[in-house]
Design a protein. Structure first.
Lengths: 114, 115
């Protein structure tokens, strides 16, 4: 049973470019959340998708957008990249968006913005 | 608003000794609390959670945590630490009545277990 998978593993972009990160949830999970983890910090919640809709959003600008597909996989898009967007981007999946369900995390995508 | 504090940036312990990683939280109402561990270049691995019931929660790899409502704490413990427990540990909180299951994480505590 595959866990949460993310692609690509690493990515290098320059300021102003756009990037798309991809996530496949754990088998049987229908809810996907995205987190940004800057170096030396805890993960920060970006947004969550359930039933192909954004259900919750953290304090991130509109440059961060996402999508969830009918097979529950998800994409995170970041436009007009800034140096400060350099971070590890983590995808997490869970069975439903209920508060008590633990989230399972993927290995992350390391984004470097030059 | 919900928040989590992990007051220690790093905890050093000798192998075989007890390990404690501290966590305090602030949330309106009853919390759901979680512990995750992160190894280098890896995502977060779920260790345990407190939802309701017994204040002592047992989790993976011999870890346990004690929920203390009066002190708003959820400290992670392991009776006998292993060198392989060296990693970054995160405490997270969720307010159970809000929609969705967004987690708010602490800043992390690095654990170093010396042989």
């Amino acid at each position: 049973d595959a866990g949460v998978t993310q692609s690509p593993t690493h990515l290098i972009k320059t300021r102003g470019q756009q990037v798309t990160l991809r996530c496949s949830p754990k088998s049987g999970h229908d809810t996907v959340s995205w987190y940004q983890q800057a170096l030396g910090q805890g993960p920060q919640f970006i947004f969550q998708y359930y039933e192909e809709e954004e259900r919750q959003r953290g304090n991130f600008p509109d440059r961060f957008s996402g999508h969830q597909f009918p097979n529950y996989s998800s994409e995170l898009n970041v436009n007009a990249l800034l140096l400060g967007d350099s971070a590890l981007y983590l995808c997490a999946s869970s069975l439903s968006a209920l508060a008590g369900k633990e989230q399972f995390f993927g290995p992350g995508t390391r984004l470097t913005v030059l | 608003a919900q928040s989590v504090a992990q007051p220690e940036d790093q905890v050093n312990v000798a192998e075989g000794n007890p390990l404690t990683v501290k966590c305090t939280y602030s949330v309106s109402g009853n919390p759901y609390l979680f512990w995750y561990v992160q190894y280098p270049n890896r995502g977060l691995q779920f260790l345990l959670k407190y939802i309701t019931g017994d204040n002592l929660v047992k989790g993976s790899y011999g870890f346990e945590a004690e929920f203390n409502k009066s002190q708003t704490s959820f400290h992670l413990k392991k009776p006998s630490a292993l060198v392989s427990d060296s990693a970054l540990y995160f405490c997270a909180v969720r307010y159970f009545k809000a929609a969705g299951n967004k987690l708010t994480f602490g800043g992390g505590t690095r654990v170093l277990v010396k042989p």
